[in-house]
Design a protein around this ligand. Structure first.
Ligand SMILES: [Zn+2]
Length: 276
């Protein structure tokens, strides 16, 4: 083996050792970081992100809005837990952040969520559409996308370091790995990949339909988002959820399969949420 091939070989070895399949879709994932580690990092990040907002009195300050979001989210979580029963022990919670200018929502590893009032008020979201937003976000957590992104970041750092060492340049691998860890701690700030996006769309529309929310709202939500914010990257939500021109068409195609879940007349269970 030539030395220059080593980084690639290492990367392949990492990929083989750390692969798992995503729940629901079965997609192959690089998973070097255990989900428990992503959840621990998210717990700290959640507290850090919310602390200054809470201090400013902007968390859950609108009781009606909070109740509306909680009602929708608790039905979605009840469905999520059916896919992965071990997530019943997660500390599921959602913070409604009073920020009319921000169009964003996220769910960290471990079920810690937030939605900004801007996305609800600026897009005049219906309950069905809020369910699509939160269903999509919950799907990212359910499919371990934070741990996967952390793993990808870590693998690329290792490969870069090995490459630097082989080329004889001095670099502190410890520092680089720490930098990667810091960058990935707040996983909600890193963009999702296209594969993760379409996977979250697929899982999210099903969670919402099973929770009793109209699947037609899924393509409509993205149409509203684009109409309101223009091109990709002009809202926080679109910067972390790269837009794909095929997204609305793919969601439209899923509707027919989702309708039986939506039209099912059985009661829709709820899952208790912790106080955010
Ligand atoms: Zn997404």
């Amino acid at each position: 083996m030539k030395l220059t091939q080593a980084p690639l070989t290492l990367a392949v070895a990492i990929a083989i050792v750390g692969c798992q399949n995503a729940p629901v879709t079965g997609r192959n994932q690089l998973m070097l970081v255990p989900e428990s580690q992503a959840i621990a990092a998210s717990t700290d990040a959640y507290a850090q992100v919310l602390a200054p907002i809470r201090k400013a009195g902007k968390v859950d300050d609108d009781a009606a809005m909070k109740q509306r979001v909680d009602a929708i989210t608790s039905r979605l979580v009840a469905q999520a837990v059916k896919y992965r029963p071990e997530t019943a022990s997660w500390d599921w919670q959602v913070a409604v952040i009073d920020d009319p200018k921000t169009l964003n929502a996220w769910c960290m590893a471990g079920g810690k969520m937030a939605i900004y009032t801007g996305i609800i008020t600026q897009l005049s979201l219906t309950d069905d559409e809020i369910a699509q937003v939160m269903g999509h976000e919950i799907a990212h957590a359910l499919a371990k996308h934070s741990a996967e992104r952390m793993s990808t970041a870590m693998a690329s750092q290792v490969v870069l370091q090995v490459g630097a060492m082989l080329l004889g340049t001095s670099a502190s691998s410890q520092m680089a790995l720490q930098a990667a860890a810091v960058a990935t701690t707040v996983g909600v700030q890193l963009p999702n990949s296209r594969a993760q996006e379409s996977e979250a769309d697929r899982i999210g529309i099903e969670l919402a339909a099973r929770a009793g929310y109209d699947p037609h709202a899924a393509p409509r939500l993205w149409a509203k988002m684009l109409a309101a914010t223009g091109a990709e990257g002009k809202s926080d939500f679109l910067s972390t959820h790269p837009q794909n021109e095929k997204r609305q068409a793919a969601l439209e195609e899923l509707i027919v399969d989702m309708m039986p879940y939506y039209l099912d007349t059985s009661p829709r269970p709820t899952h208790p949420l912790a106080k955010a």
